[in-house]
Design a protein around this ligand. Structure first.
Ligand code: ZN
Length: 181
């Protein structure tokens, strides 16, 4: 979660950090008061999939905070050393234990308020056997009229699901980019 002025101590030497504008810069950075190390903070990528089985989509009920007990598409923070697509596939396996064939990038949603960009790929489920990981209470398929719209954990997930069911009706899955909030 993006948290302005969240760095209190230097990651290099442990001394207190202060937010100040470095020379030749135009915004405040956490700067070490002893060794001078500047700690840059940048947006994080959240990557996931829309795993589909015919007209149904796989959702996971969260076993972790935030939004414990609410439903989400399998997604999580991208790791170093992987591509966006790699990360989306990894999260799908970790959270749902689902086997999928990855398809095209489907949504890119800027969540500037929290310093995140969310990417979802379409994915085709290869079977309906799921093995939810420790971060998931339950994984199951939903038709559009079964989706618990009031119990969806994140706006980016709700937006992506709405696009998916709309596109499925027309039979044309385009790429969707939007800014949230
Ligand atoms: Zn330092």
């Amino acid at each position: 979660m993006f948290n302005p002025r969240s760095i209190k101590h230097c990651r290099a030497c442990g001394a207190p950090a202060q937010y100040r504008v470095p020379a030749d810069d135009n915004r405040e950075r956490a700067t070490c008061t002893v060794c001078g190390t500047i700690h840059y903070e940048n947006p994080l990528n959240v990557v996931g999939t829309v795993p589909a089985w015919g007209e149904q989509v796989l959702l996971c009920r969260r076993a972790i905070e935030p939004r414990y007990g609410l439903w989400t598409l399998p997604a999580g923070f991208m790791e170093l050393g992987e591509t966006v697509r790699d990360g989306a596939l990894r999260e799908t396996i970790e959270e749902a234990g689902a086997q999928v064939e990855m398809q095209d990038l489907y949504t890119m949603l800027n969540v500037v308020r929290v310093g995140q960009v969310h990417f979802f790929y379409r994915a085709r489920l290869l079977d309906t056997h799921f093995e939810p990981g420790p971060e998931t209470l339950e994984a199951r398929l939903f038709r559009e009229d079964e989706v618990p719209w009031d119990e969806i954990a994140f706006r980016t997930v709700k937006e992506t699901l709405r696009h998916w069911f709309d596109d499925r009706r027309t039979g044309r899955f385009g790429f969707h980019a939007a800014d949230i909030g």
